[in-house]
Each structure stands twice: as C-alpha cells, then as structure tokens.
Design a protein around this ligand. Structure first.
Ligand SMILES: *[C@@H]1O[C@H](CO)[C@@H](O)[C@H](O)[C@H]1NC(C)=O
Ligand SMILES: *[C@@H]1O[C@H](CO)[C@@H](O)[C@H](O)[C@H]1NC(C)=O
Ligand SMILES: *[C@@H]1O[C@H](CO)[C@@H](O)[C@H](O)[C@H]1NC(C)=O
Ligand SMILES: *[C@@H]1O[C@H](CO)[C@@H](O)[C@H](O)[C@H]1NC(C)=O
Ligand SMILES: *[C@@H]1O[C@H](CO)[C@@H](O)[C@H](O)[C@H]1NC(C)=O
Ligand SMILES: *[C@@H]1O[C@H](CO)[C@@H](O)[C@H](O)[C@H]1NC(C)=O
Ligand SMILES: *[C@@H]1O[C@H](CO)[C@@H](O)[C@H](O)[C@H]1NC(C)=O
Ligand SMILES: *[C@@H]1O[C@H](CO)[C@@H](O)[C@H](O)[C@H]1NC(C)=O
Ligand SMILES: *[C@@H]1O[C@H](CO)[C@@H](O)[C@H](O)[C@H]1NC(C)=O
Length: 667
C-alpha cells in the first residue's frame, strides 16, 4: 500500500506537526520547499514504512534522529537546504538516493555504512564534513553521482577500486592534498569532474584526464601545482566539454598552433596567471556564454570578434594589461545579449568606445581602475532598462557629471575622476538608485538635499569634492551611509537633522548588528564590524530610541572638515584612534585631547561610558569606515566612510544626566 502526503512548495510555516507520526502507514512524505522550522518530530519514529522522505528547502534544525537507522525500506531521503547539524547516522540505511547538501552536518563520514550497497545518488556538498572519504563509499558499484564538494575533507584520495560507472564526481573545495592518482583515468563514464582546490603541492600529469572522453563539465581550478597546462593539447582531448574551469593554475595558451576541433564551451574560466595571449580559439566558440580570463597578463587590444560571439552573457577581462579595444563596426542588426562586462584594472586609455554603449542588455558594467579619459559619454544613458551597476571609478574622466544616465541603476560609482560642475538634478530620475559614489572629484555644488527624493538611496558618498555651504535639513528615508568628509561644508547642523532619516534610526531596533548584517540586502553583502556591546541599554530609556542606533559604529573618522562642535568622551568614541579627529575646525572637546595626551595614540576602554568627564560633551561629526561589497552576483571590495551628526541632546546618552536639552526628537 502506498500512502503519500505530498505538500511540497506550499508556503507551510511552523513546525512539522507531531501528529504526523500517528499516520504510521505513510510511505511517501514530501514537505519540500516550504518554510517549516524546528526539528524532525520524535513521532516520526513510528513511520517505519517510509520509503520516500523529502524535507528539502525548509529551515529545519537539529540532528537526523538515530531511529532513521531502522527505516530499512527508505530508499530516498532528501534533506538538502536546511540547517540540520550533527553527524549523520547512516549505519543501517538501505538508501539509493541521499541528499544532505547545504546543511551544517559535521564530523567524519561513518567508517562503515555497509548497508548502503545500493547507493546511486549521494549528495552531501556544502556541509562541514571532515577527515577522509571512507574508501568503501566510493567503491559502491551502483554509485552514479557523488558530490562532496565544499566540505572540509582532507587526506589523500585513492581512486583505486572506484566504481567506473560513476558519472558525476564532485570533490572540489575541500582540503585534499597529495597527487591526483592516475587511476582517475579509469572513470571513463564521467560527465562531471570537480577537483578544484585539490592541493597537489607538486606536479600534475594533466594527460591523466585525457581518457575521460565523455566529460561535459571539468573543474580543475587552483590545484596548487607547479605544472603549466599546455592549453591547446589539453583542450583537444575533449569533444563534449561545455564547462571548463582552469582558474588559478599556470596555463599557457599559444595562438601559433591552433586547437583542432575544440569542443564548444559555454562556460570557460581561465582566470589565473600566466596567460599572455588572448585565446584565439574562442573566435569560433559560438556557444560561449561565460568567459572569465581575468587576472592574467594579456596586453594589447581586446579583439573585436569577441563582441560578435552570439551567446556571450558574462565577460570578465579585469586585472590584465589591455590597452585598448580593437575597432568594431557595430552592425545595425546587432543585438548582443551580454549581461555582465568587467574590464576593470587594465590600462585602457582614451574614450570609452561606442560599441560598449551598444551592449544594450548589460546589467553591470565595470570599467574602473583604468586610464579612460575625456568625458563620460552621453550614450551611457542608452542602456535599456537593465543596467543596474555602472562603475567608472579611478579613471581620468573629465568634464561635467553626465546628464543622462541609465535610469534603472542601483549603483553608480564615478569616484576618483576629475569631474567638475554640479551634480545634475536629473539624478532624481534614477528612482531605484541605492548607491551613489562621487568621491574624489571636483564637484562644486551645495548639499544635494534634493537627492532625498530617491526613495531607495542607501549609500551617498560625496567625500573629497568641493561641496560647500550649510547642510540643509532633509529626509533620506533609507540612507544608511553618508560620507561628506573632505568638503567645504560649514555652519552648524540643526539639532534634529537626522530625526527623519528613518532607516538610520531603525537600525538599532530590531536587528542584531553584531552579526554584521544590518546592511540588509545581498546587495551590500559584506560584513561590518560592529560594536554593539559598548552602548548600555540602560541609556536608551528616557531617551529617544534613535540614540541606541549609534551603538553599531565601529570606526569613526571625522577629520578634515570645517565643522564646529565637541567630540564626546563617551562610549565607542574613546576607542578610536586619535587621527580620526585631526584637521577639523579645532573645536574638539577637552576630554579628547586629554585622553589622547594620556594614552598616546589610542584611547582606551577604561575611558568608556560612565566616566564623569563625559557629561558635558556634544558630538559633532562621526564617521565610521565600513567595507561592503556591492555586486549583483559578483563583488568589488570598497571602503566607505560613514558620517554622522549628533545633535545636542546626544550628550545625555553618554553622560549620567538623563535630561534632554532639546525637544526636537519627539515621535
Ligand atoms: C509509537 O507508537 C507506539 C505504539 O503505537 C506508541 O506507544 C508510541 O507512543 C509512539 N511513539 C511516538 C513517539 O509517538
Ligand atoms: C534493508 O536492509 C535489511 C538489512 O539491513 C534487509 O533485511 C532488508 O531486506 C532491506 N530492505 C530493502 C527494502 O531492501
Ligand atoms: C560493517 O557493519 C556490518 C554490519 O553493520 C558488520 O557486519 C561489518 O563487520 C562491519 N565492517 C567493519 C569493517 O566494521
Ligand atoms: C581494491 O581492491 C583490491 C582487491 O579487491 C584490494 O586488495 C585493495 O585493497 C582495494 N584498494 C582500495 C584502495 O580499496
Ligand atoms: C586622452 O588621453 C590620450 C592619450 O592617452 C590623449 O591623446 C588625449 O588627448 C586625452 N584626451 C583628453 C580629452 O584628455
Ligand atoms: C565653487 O564655485 C564657486 C562659484 O560658483 C567658486 O567661487 C568657488 O571658488 C568654487 N569652489 C571651488 C573649491 O572650486
Ligand atoms: C582619518 O582620516 C584621515 C584623513 O583621511 C587619515 O589621515 C587618518 O589616518 C584617519 N584615521 C584613521 C584612524 O583611520
Ligand atoms: C592610528 O591610525 C594611523 C593611521 O591610520 C596608523 O598609522 C596608526 O598606526 C594608528 N595607531 C594605532 C595605535 O592604532
Ligand atoms: C572579475 O574578475 C575579478 C578577478 O577574478 C573578480 O574579482 C571580479 O569580481 C569579477 N567581476 C565580476 C563582475 O564578476
């Protein structure tokens, strides 16, 4: 009798009902792709007729209960994409399909799982398994797919008696070391082989792979080998290859001899070092979608035929020494579908070539760290509604800030150029903008309070320009980071300046900043070092809730401005390096100078909140440098500075005196 409970992909929440264990004749259970939490209920002990159990893609925690060992009819168990932990009790399972991927399983794989003799599919990637792979596991004759990539396995790998029926073998991103045994060449039925980050510490005989004629997906990145891969010879062994990752190895590509009948690659990663010539064989690769040849030593011009490959989606040429682009006459019928292009950190000079603007479906364009000059072309506004990130920082662009910029942008970075004039008011049309960085240009404008109409703006960096005048009261609803340092702003700030900046205000209330996630979306995925521990919760009482928010500031720098005010002596300020306060209008409070005098270069924890000196202080400007990675799928590391203004009433938070001195913060 088959009795099934199939409730996959239903937005179920809460725990798995205990009563489910009462339906003891259940044979098939699928609760996958829901939002279930908690542990597997102990009542499952009675489901001894289970043959099929799929709990994948939930938020389940805890260990797989040991009574699973008595489910001797269970042939398919899927728990991938949960938060299960502990060891895995496989002792008695009669499984054929087992998926443990993307959980937090730890420990070694059981040394003896002899009843797994019917195992066909074994997926346990992205866990934290350690030690070696028990040899019996790889030797199970029925085994077809075996994935233990992204774990912490180590030791040598013997492929001695490995089942030659294996079609997928993924062992990449572990800590295996030693030589790759030549017996791997017996696995002639392999379609997928991943040995990335295998620490060979010596030479690798790349010809041992040449018998694997059926390979479709071959990943051999970062083998820590002294051997140079002769690319042309290597590639000619494979006829069906579609994915090839040789990144992080020494690869020699020579265009003098050509590869005869190369396979048609769709994903090709040669990011590494040592490649000096643009691989000519790519010219005929009509199928290539993903091309990464970053981090090499390719110089000269990027060949024009590259852009005519019809399926290109992602091209990364960054970190080479390209100097230009071969001239490309754009055919009027051209409809490239490329989504990502990075040419960052090369030696490109002159104007941005026009064909780049014709890459109409770009979602990300990164040309930072080059020597492009002239003005930022008007055609930058031509991208269709797909462009989300435009990074042109660290070039020699001059002229005014471009008027027409693609209105779909989320991230616009033109920092470190020579742009002059004002910020164009047309920026308000980029309604999805989250990051605007114009640092280190010569923009001469007043404070762009009008940017507050950008409802999504989270990061605004105006650092090192010629902005001047007072900072006007405004409301940035989602701003999290603002850096206005190194400008000519002057005057005092109204005490309620930040009151309506709701996102900054909300930061402290619900989120645990100590895990560094307050930046929220994956868009700013990097960590932020936070200092939650410093501010005592007691201080928040009576005091507006907003004030607690400053507790996450980790690093401050409010040097080089012309602002007035005193530096507070309390909380995290005292852990800062004295150079964070230098070169301002000089209106810093006595306690800062005193502390710097006493303690030398760094202020000490002993001066933390509560000391009597804190009471009179008013903070003026606070900056926290944080790092974050913008990037839709890929990231660039950047440093940012966060500038805060603390109105007068803030003194009360740091001191013992809890009375408020202004009334501008009522909610
Ligand atoms: C399993 O079934 C037995 C007998 O029906 C019952 O006594 C026991 O309480 C059940 N166990 C659980 C955990 O529900
Ligand atoms: C499961 O394994 C046990 C021995 O451990 C065996 O007796 C039983 O027949 C197996 N069940 C199935 C369905 O293969
Ligand atoms: C493995 O386990 C089986 C039964 O669980 C047992 O019969 C066998 O002796 C064990 N083998 C080793 C090497 O421990
Ligand atoms: C391979 O099998 C042979 C004989 O079956 C055995 O002697 C040898 O130890 C096995 N090697 C490995 C690595 O399991
Ligand atoms: C850009 O740089 C090139 C040399 O690389 C120079 O010939 C040209 O005059 C520069 N153009 C501008 C506008 O500065
Ligand atoms: C900014 O522009 C004004 C004129 O609009 C000028 O007086 C001032 O010197 C400029 N500031 C800088 C730093 O260039
Ligand atoms: C603060 O910024 C100034 C100017 O950028 C710099 O010289 C100083 O080293 C910074 N202080 C710290 C602690 O980073
Ligand atoms: C203070 O910051 C400066 C500049 O960042 C650095 O050179 C110096 O080592 C720092 N001093 C201490 C004690 O951290
Ligand atoms: C391009 O490659 C570089 C170096 O490997 C990497 O850091 C960067 O994130 C990549 N860019 C994109 C857009 O993927």
């Amino acid at each position: 009798m088959i009795l099934s409970l199939i409730l996959g992909a239903n937005n179920l929440v809460g725990e798995i009902p205990f009563s489910l264990g009462n339906i003891s004749h259940l044979t098939d259970i699928a609760l996958c792709e829901n939002d279930l939490a908690g542990e597997i209920p102990s009542s499952f002990e009675n489901l001894s007729h289970l043959t099929y159990l799929d709990l994948s893609q939930n938020n389940l925690v805890g260990e797989i209960p040991s009574f699973f060992g008595s489910f001797n009819q269970l042939y398919s168990l899927a728990v991938e994409n949960n938060e299960f932990s502990g060891n895995f009790p496989l002792i008695l399972l009669n499984l054929s399909d087992l998926s443990l991927s993307r959980n937090q399983f730890t420990g070694k794989l059981p040394p003896n799982m002899s009843s797994l003799s019917d195992l066909v599919l074994f997926y346990a990637d992205a866990n934290a398994f350690t030690r070696t792979i028990p040899s019996y596991l790889l030797n199970i004759p029925s085994l077809s797919c075996f994935d233990l990539s992204d774990n912490q396995l180590n030791g040598n790998l013997e492929f001695g008696n490995i089942s030659s029926s294996l079609s997928d073998l993924l062992l990449g991103n572990n800590n295996f070391r030693g030589s790759i045994h030549k017996s791997i060449s017996k696995l002639v039925n392999l379609y997928t082989l991943d040995l990335s980050h295998f620490n060979t510490q010596g030479s690798v005989n790349f010809s041992i792979f040449s018998d694997l004629k059926l390979l479709v997906d071959l990943r051999l990145s970062h083998l820590n080998t002294t051997t140079t891969v002769d690319f042309n010879t290597f590639l000619s062994s494979f006829k069906s290859l579609a994915t090839l990752d040789l990144s992080g190895n020494h690869v020699s590509v020579t265009n003098k001899s050509s590869v005869s009948n190369p396979p048609l690659l769709s994903r090709f990663n040669l990011s590494g070092w040592g490649v000096t010539e643009f691989p000519e064989f790519l010219r005929t690769q009509q199928t290539t979608e993903i091309l990464d040849i970053s981090n090499n030593k390719i110089n000269g011009q990027v060949p024009c035929w590259l852009w005519t490959l019809p399926n290109l989606d992602y091209v990364n040429l960054s970190n080479n020494t390209f100097t230009g682009f071969q001239r490309l006459m754009v055919p009027s019928s051209w409809q490239p579908s490329m989504n990502y292009f990075s040419g960052a950190n090369n030696n490109f000079t002159g104007n941005i070539p026009a064909f780049i603007c014709a890459l109409r479906s770009l979602a990300m364009l990164d040309l930072s760290d080059n020597k492009f000059n002239g003005s930022i072309p008007r055609c930058m506004g031509n991208f269709s509604s797909t462009l989300q990130a435009l990074h042109l920082r660290k070039n020699h662009f001059s002229g005014g800030f471009p008027e027409n910029i693609s209105e779909s942008l989320k991230s616009l970075d033109v920092g470190h150029n020579h742009l002059v004039g004002k910020l164009p008011r047309s920026l308000v049309r980029i309604s999805s903008l989250e990051v605007l960085n114009v640092e280190s240009n010569k923009i001469n404008d007043t404070f762009p309070f009008w940017l507050s109409s950008l409802q999504e703006l989270q990061v605004l960096v105006l650092r090192s320009n010629a902005f001047h005048g007072p900072m006007q009261q405004t409301r940035f609803s989602k701003l999290r980071i603002i850096d206005v340092s190194h400008n000519h702003f002057n005057g005092t700030l109204p005490s309620d300046f930040f009151v309506n900046w709701t996102t900054m205000v909300l930061l402290g209330e619900n989120e645990d900043h100590s895990n560094g996630e307050y930046m929220g979306t994956s868009y700013y995925s990097d960590s932020i070092v936070v200092m939650n521990k410093v501010l005592e919760m007691e201080m928040v009482r009576d005091i507006p809730q907003e004030l607690g928010d400053l507790s996450y500031l980790a690093y401050m720098n409010f040097s080089h401005n012309q602002l007035v005010g005193l530096v507070p002596g309390g909380t995290q300020f005292l852990t800062q390096n004295c150079s964070s306060f230098e070169e301002n209008a000089g209106h810093f409070g006595p306690s800062l100078e005193k502390v710097c005098d006493i303690h030398g270069k760094t202020m000490q924890e002993s001066e933390m909140p509560g000391s009597e000196e804190d009471e009179e202080e008013v903070i003026s400007w606070i900056a926290a440098a944080i790092g974050f990675i913008p990037g839709i799928a890929f990231g660039l590391m950047m440093g940012y500075i966060l500038v805060w203004y603390k109105p007068e009433w803030f003194m009360n938070v740091f001191g013992k005196n809890k009375s408020r001195s202004t009334s501008s913060t009522t909610r």
